[in-house]
Design a protein around this ligand. Structure first.
Ligand code: GLN
Length: 454
C-alpha cells in the first residue's frame, strides 16, 4: 500500500501526511507476534488504514486541513487512534479533508484538494474526500472518516466505496477535533460492507472520556454483515422516503436508485413508501445548528492556547494578535460559518434561529420514529448528483450545501446510516451510492441490508 501511495498520491493527494516508518513498525510488530505464536489482537491486525486528519495522533501532525494547525502534533492519541493501534492496525498516514470538516468536496482544505480516482477532474466528496479516495484508489483497504452532515457517506457515494455513520455516541469523540459536537461521529470507510463492519467493531464502544458515548454493547455488525451475505432479505421491511427523490436529482442517480429498490425487492424485502415531511427542512436546520456549534468550538483557536500565531512582535495587544492570527489561520468557509453561527447565537436571535432549528430537529426525529414503526430500514439516494467537477461549486456555497440533502436527517436525529455502492450512473459512468438508514442503536440492520445488496 505504501508503494501504491508513492505511485498515485502525488496526483490524487488523498494524504496530507504519510508515516511509512510508523506503519511498517506496526506491521512488523504484528508479524513478530504471530511468529511467537501469539493470537492476533483483532481480525484486522496487520491490515493498514488511512486516518482522517481530524483525529489526534501523538506521532503525526493533526492539521484538520487548516493553516492554523499546520505544524501541530498533539500530545495524545484520540480514543479511535488508540483502539486502532491496540487492534494492531498500522496507520499509513493522515488524510486530506475540508478545513475542520466543513465542506462537501475537499476543496476547502488549506493544502489543496484531493482528486477523485474515477475522474481526476472531479471532486472526491467531502469533507472526508481523502479517506474515501484513498480506499477507492487502493492506497488503503480501510479508512476512518467523520460524519457531521454526510462527510463519510457522500464521499463514499461519489467514489464507489462503503461509508458508515454509526449511531451518534457509538464511536468515541475523544480526540476528534470538534466541529459540531452534537452531530460529529467517526466511522468506517471500506470497499465492502463486511470490511466496514470489522472496522466498526474495532473503533466502537463506550468511552468514559466522551460524555455522550453510549454505555451499551456494540451492535453485532460483523454477524449482521455475514448474515446479509446470504442475500436473503425476506421479512425485512424497507421504506422508500418519498421526500428524498424527484426534482433536483440527476436522472442517472434516480434510475440507479429505482434499480436498487427493485433489487432489494428481489432479495425478498417488502418495499413500503413512507413520508417524512420534515426532512425537507433538514438542510436549513443543519446550516444553523452546525455553524452555531462551530462558532463556539473554534473559539479555542485563539493563538494563545491553540493555533497559528502571527503579529506576536510586542507591538500588538493580545486581542490584535488573536484577530490577526484567526484572519490568517482560517479559510473562507470556516470564517463564513463562524460569522453565521455567532450571529445565530447572539442575544435576541437565539430563539429565532438556533432555538427554531432545534425544534425542527425534534420534528425530524419524530418523522424517523414514526417511519420506523412501519419499516426496519429507510433508503434513499446518498446524494442528488454524481461527483461534480473541481471548481464547479466553490463560489456557490448554497449549491455546495445541497450535496448533503439526503444525509443530514440521520445526523440531526442521531441515527445510524450507510452508503453502499449502487452501480454507475447512465448519465456519466460515475459511481452512485444507495443510502440505508436505521434507528439509533440498530446499526446492525444497515450491515445486513447493505451486505445483501452489494
Ligand atoms: N458537507 C457538510 C458540511 O459542510 C457536512 C460536513 C461533515 O459531515 N463534516 O457541513
Amino acid at each position: 500500500h505504501l508503494d501504491r501511495v508513492a505511485e498515485v498520491d502525488t496526483d490524487l493527494h488523498a494524504f496530507l501526511h504519510v508515516d511509512a516508518d510508523g506503519a511498517l513498525a506496526a506491521a512488523r510488530a504484528v508479524d513478530s507476534g504471530l511468529a511467537r505464536g501469539e493470537r492476533p489482537a483483532s481480525a484486522l491486525a496487520g491490515v493498514p488504514l488511512a486516518l482522517k486528519d481530524v483525529f489526534t495522533t501523538r506521532d503525526m501532525p493533526t492539521t484538520c486541513g487548516s493553516r492554523t494547525l499546520r505544524d501541530w502534533t498533539p500530545p495524545y492519541d484520540a480514543t479511535v487512534t488508540r483502539r486502532l493501534r491496540e487492534a494492531g492496525v498500522p496507520i499509513l498516514g493522515k488524510t486530506n479533508m475540508d478545513e475542520f470538516a466543513m465542506g462537501s468536496s475537499t476543496e476547502n482544505s488549506a493544502f489543496g484538494p484531493t482528486r477523485n480516482p474515477w475522474d481526476r477532474e472531479r471532486i472526491p466528496g467531502g469533507s472526508g474526500g481523502g479517506s474515501s479516495a484513498s480506499v477507492a484508489a487502493f492506497e488503503a483497504p480501510l479508512a476512518i472518516g467523520t460524519d457531521t452532515g454526510g462527510s463519510i457517506r457522500q464521499p463514499a457515494s461519489v467514489t464507489g466505496t462503503v461509508g458508515v455513520k454509526p449511531t451518534y455516541g457509538g464511536v468515541s469523540r475523544h480526540g476528534l477535533v470538534a466541529f459540531s459536537s452534537s452531530l460529529d461521529q467517526g466511522g468506517p470507510c471500506a470497499r465492502t460492507v463486511l470490511d466496514a463492519a470489522l472496522l466498526h467493531e474495532v473503533i466502537a464502544g463506550h468511552d468514559p472520556l466522551d460524555s455522550t458515548s453510549i454505555d451499551a454493547a456494540v451492535p453485532p455488525v460483523v454477524e449482521a454483515a455475514r448474515r446479509g451475505g446470504d442475500g436473503d432479505l425476506s421479512g425485512v421491511r424497507v421504506g422508500v422516503v418519498r421526500e428524498l427523490s424527484g426534482e433536483g436529482y440527476q436522472p442517472g442517480v434516480l434510475a440507479s436508485f429505482e434499480a436498487a429498490v427493485e433489487q432489494l425487492r428481489q432479495l425478498g424485502a417488502e418495499i413500503v413508501e413512507v413520508s417524512c415531511p420534515h426532512f425537507t427542512y433538514g438542510l436549513s436546520a443543519y446550516y444553523l445548528i452546525a455553524p452555531s456549534e462551530c462558532s463556539s468550538n473554534l473559539a479555542r483557536f485563539d493563538a494563545m492556547r491553540y493555533g497559528l500565531r502571527v503579529a506576536d512582535d510586542g507591538d500588538h495587544s493580545a486581542e490584535e494578535v488573536m484577530s490577526a492570527s484567526r484572519e490568517a489561520g482560517f479559510g473562507a468557509e470556516v470564517k463564513r460559518r463562524i460569522m453565521l453561527g455567532t450571529y445565530a447565537l447572539s442575544s435576541g436571535y437565539y430563539d429565532a434561529y438556533y432555538g427554531s432549528a432545534q425544534k425542527v430537529r425534534t420534528l425530524i426525529t419524530r418523522d424517523f420514529t414514526s417511519a420506523f414503526e412501519q419499516v426496519d430500514v429507510l433508503v434513499s439516494p446518498t446524494t442528488p448528483t454524481t461527483a461534480f467537477r473541481l471548481g464547479e461549486r466553490v463560489d456557490d456555497p448554497l449549491a455546495m450545501y445541497l450535496a448533503d440533502l439526503c444525509t443530514i436527517p440521520a445526523n440531526l436525529a442521531g441515527n445510524a446510516a450507510m452508503s453502499v455502492p449502487s452501480g454507475l450512473s447512465a448519465d456519466d459512468g460515475l459511481p452512485v451510492g444507495l443510502q440505508i438508514m436505521a434507528p439509533a442503536l440498530a446499526d446492525e440492520r444497515l450491515y445486513r441490508v447493505g451486505a445483501a445488496y452489494e
